[in-house]
Write a protein that binds this ligand. Structure first.
Ligand code: IMP
Ligand code: MG
Length: 165
């Protein structure tokens, strides 16, 4: 296990993203929608650095036990609880890989606006184009864990983002 992004760099980046989000959404009805489960740590840190009122909801998509889902196979496992029509949704995700998950959520969630905030991006693996409004770090094509991200449900509690060798 090797640390790729330290807790200190994560914290600084979260503050920076939260600052941008706070400015961009001032005076707007903002709903942060975390993608379960991986995004829950990132979302909880981000939320506490956002200086404007924001509602929080979660969504979960099926992955059929594999992380390499195909575009056709994605389904909503847990939908939104809050009404979001007339509100501005910011989808908060841990990592974008092929892009299928976020592409699906962007076309599925109906709100006044829907944008994406993603902590980690593996651009070299993208299969579909996804507009990303807020991006934390671009990383190489390595499998990463920690800060909410798992490998077989393990390692979510690591405070840093690390790669498995
Ligand atoms: P996409 O549809 O290929 O973009 O899938 C993104 C999803 O795959 C993320 O929400 C993660 O759950 C999972 N994933 C992709 N890469 C990693 C990784 O390196 N570590 C942990 N989960 C990952
Ligand atoms: Mg995820």
């Amino acid at each position: 296990m090797r640390v790729l992004i330290s807790r200190r760099r994560l914290q600084k980046k979260v503050k920076k993203l939260a600052g941008q989000i706070s400015r961009d959404y001032r005076g707007k009805k903002l709903v942060l929608v975390g993608v379960l489960k991986g995004a829950f740590v990132f979302l909880s840190d981000l939320l506490r650095e956002i200086k404007i009122p924001a509602e929080v909801d979660f969504i979960q998509v099926s992955s059929y036990g594999k992380r390499r889902t195909s575009s056709g196979k994605i389904k909503i496992k847990k939908g939104l609880d809050l009404p979001v029509a007339g509100k501005h949704v910011l989808i908060v995700e841990d990592i974008i890989d092929y892009g299928y998950t976020l592409a699906y959520l962007l076309k599925t969630i109906k709100a006044k606006s829907v944008r994406v905030c993603v902590l980690l991006d593996k651009p070299s693996r993208r299969k579909v184009r996804v507009p990303i409004a807020y991006r934390g770090f671009s990383i190489p094509d390595k499998f990463v864990v920690g800060y909410g991200l798992d490998y077989a449900e393990g390692y979510r509690s690591l405070p840093d983002v690390a790669c498995i060798e």
